[in-house]
Write a protein that binds this ligand. Sequence first.
Ligand code: FES
Length: 103
Amino acid sequence: MTEQWLEAAPEDSLGEGILRPVFPGGLPVLLVRRGPEIFAIENRCAHMGCPLAAGKLEGHILECPCHDWRFDIRDGSFLAAPELALKTYKTELRNGSIFVRIL
Ligand code: FES
């Protein structure tokens, strides 16, 4: 299958630790910058679908605002049961923009 990368946001719009919802190709994705890395995860909780953009971030751990499920933004895993995970997407910087690989 051919890779598909879509522009999601200007790089300078994503400050450290900000939870920024974007919709590349209509998908609900959450961008998070941690130090030199930019992570992209599904912006929909694996429990009951709450948007994670309103959650609380500590280090690389994101807590859902609805019922406090906690996920690692590096691989999307649910801390209490790592076999359950959010979808994650690769990111890349190109000419000042953040691109997300959706396929
Ligand atoms: S919807 Fe996220 S913990 Fe329930």
